[in-house]
Design a protein around this ligand. Structure first.
Ligand SMILES: Nc1ncnc2c1ncn2[C@@H]1O[C@H](COP(=O)(O)OP(=O)(O)OP(=O)(O)O)[C@@H](O)[C@H]1O
Ligand SMILES: [Mg+2]
Length: 246
């Protein structure tokens, strides 16, 4: 794969080219091959007036690519994932999904887009503590109207693939941090999202399990998704098509 990143003088703009040259079978989500799956244009964001976390940040994330977001603690990586995941709104600038800006969308439309096209693995996993492990994994997929048995079987396969060897009817309060992260990744992958955003998904994992998780995200990118991973790990960043430093 001849992917490459071209940071500009400020190191903030990154574009990727020639990403879909392996001839993989992309699914119907593929739009115009020249249009990035996800794009950020000149994003400005501040939590409190006068303190900018992002000051004109731009990047493109093509279909079929896996990108690493790296940078020191507190620099704004999680904030950026929330913006890219349509959970926060920029003060100015635009987020485009398959070439379409979400700025003019109503909240309900944006929420639908997020539910149907986005998968999110939060830094703290954010599992529903009142539901079992298996119900956490399947909860969003069930809304999509697929057969319950099929969803459950696929969820169990994913948990097994990542070595989450806890009883599926256990509550998240009784699993480790690394297991919780993998459960959250299973939940995200089960929906086959066009955009997968993962916040330090290998942060609590041993090296062998990290490799499994990175391979799974790579496999997911090959289906035509844009995968964006926040990481402090040089190994994970090196496994990506591009590293974007904040
Ligand atoms: N809800 C919030 N309200 C106000 N400021 C916030 C909020 N969340 C984060 N910040 C601030 O915004 C900046 C960016 O935080 P963010 O969580 O995006 O960093 P990060 O790069 O993900 O850090 P880490 O590597 O530690 O996870 C930090 O200065 C942080 O203190
Ligand atoms: Mg963070």
């Amino acid at each position: 794969m001849s992917a490459h990143a071209d940071p500009d003088a400020s190191g903030r703009f990154v574009s990727l080219r020639s990403l879909n040259d392996r001839g993989e079978a992309f699914d119907e989500r593929d739009g115009d091959p020249g249009t990035p799956r996800l794009e950020a244009r000149d994003i400005v964001f501040e939590y409190t007036a006068g303190t900018r976390v992002l000051d004109g940040w731009s990047a493109e994330f093509p279909a079929g690519s896996m990108s690493a977001l790296t940078g020191p603690s507190g620099r704004g990586k999680s904030t950026l994932l929330y913006l890219l995941g349509l959970m926060l709104h920029p003060a100015s600038g635009a987020i485009l999904v398959d070439g379409e800006s979400v700025a003019g969308m109503r909240d309900a439309q944006r929420a639908r887009l997020r539910a149907s096209r986005f998968g999110f693995v939060f830094q703290d996993a954010a599992l529903d503590q009142t539901r079992t492990v298996i119900d956490n994994v399947t909860e969003t997929a069930l809304y999509r109207g697929e057969a319950k048995r099929d969803i459950r079987d696929r969820a169990l396969e994913l948990l097994d693939r990542f070595g989450v060897d806890v009883p599926p009817d256990r509550k998240p309060g009784q699993v480790s941090g690394g297991q919780a992260q993998r459960i959250a990744l299973c939940r995200a992958l089960l929906n086959a999202p066009a955009v997968l955003l993962a916040d330090e998904p290998t942060g609590n994992l041993d090296p062998a399990t990290s490799v499994l998780v990175v391979e799974a995200m790579r496999d997911h990118a090959r289906t035509g998704a844009a995968v964006i991973v926040v990481t402090h790990s040089p190994e994970v960043a090196a496994a990506c098509d591009a590293e974007i430093r904040l």
